[in-house]
Design a protein around this ligand. Sequence first.
Ligand code: NAD
Ligand code: TYD
Length: 373
Amino acid sequence: MRQVSCFPVIDLKNLTANNMSKTIIVTGGAGFIGSAVVRQWLAETDWHLVCLDKLTYAGNSTSLPASHPRFELAVMDICHAVAVRTLITRVQPDAIVHLAAESHVDRSISGPGEFIQTNVVGTYELLQATREYWNALERERKAAFRFHHVSTDEVYGTLGAEGYFDENTAYAPNSPYSASKAGSDHLVRAWHHTYGLPVVTTNCSNNYGPYHFPEKLIPLMILNGLAGKPLPVYGDGLNVRDWLFVEDHARAIRAVLEHGRVGETYCVGGRAERTNMQVVNTLCELLDELHPQGAPHARLITYVKDRPGHDRRYAIDCSKLETELGWRQQETFESGLRKTVQWYLDNPEWVQGVISGSYRQWIDHNYAARGQA
Ligand code: NAD
Ligand code: TYD
């Protein structure tokens, strides 16, 4: 049985038996990207992983292994300083990979408070607890320790038709979500410069893939398409995002965690710019092929009121990650999107599990608020 605890019950004897194996706390490990990290790293390393997650509406324990000798789920809030300190002290991690966050831009517009609480205050509490723990480590472990902050390209604001974000782009967040993530990036940076905490930060473009909560563009369109419901396109549908398959992001995080230079940031992107309409049309074609009952799915496309402050274009130049660390994405947008649609078709029980009351209420509220354009 997987251990699910408010306070951890890790067997430290087992963890220290293998000196080569690392122990890593993954905050937000029950979310979309965090669970991909957990699944991939359990399969590809001998690391012990402790998922620290509050299990908000976006956290889902069924996205995690049901039973694994190197895995534990600790249900707690990163804002809860005492619980976080207790967990860190008991687990004695070699690294903390921080993904826990409120992550949906539309929700940040209708209710920014949680975003400030978790993304800014929560990151602060986690940094303080980590610093206290790290300060007390003996020299070798102290030098090897890493705090890896997982962030977004949205902190850089919006691009026009030309150009790319890279590590030197000035911060210019436009939404409550991106502002709260920018705040957390700055805290992480300051804890390195002021206290010497060994941090690395990654700023990644839009992810897509299996186990994605269906409030974001791609999973929402897939599930609405399968259900014969409208496919709501905001504004003119010409906003551009740079899409990356989630497992490629998980590999990038591992590359930076293991080989990134302390204090540095690394931009991660898919070199796959698409307008929202291109994404939706490609999804409709895939649905027509893989789920012909509803064809043509493009008849469901509905233009709705635009998102306030909607960033026009994101695109990442990830040369630093490629040249310094040799990272390359393994999926193209087309291969990744096909895998994703197939995964949602193959996993109706996971889908049913997330279609809870609170999820439905949000979708209905969001759609009603926008109306038809
Ligand atoms: P998600 O919303 O799917 O998952 C977030 C997880 O954090 C959930 O499991 C949730 O339960 C947990 N969480 C939320 N508040 C918490 C709290 N107070 N204490 C403990 N756990 C809490 O998000 P995601 O899409 O997997 O994103 C993960 C991280 O990656 C975020 O930091 C996000 O900003 C960043 N990011 C996401 C994308 C993307 O396209 N999804 C791109 C770049 C960066
Ligand atoms: P989203 O998946 O929410 O990610 P982000 O806002 O972090 O980029 O949205 C991706 C793009 O799709 C964004 O331009 C907004 C747009 N969008 C729609 O057109 N319709 C929708 O129903 C959603 C959720 C998003």
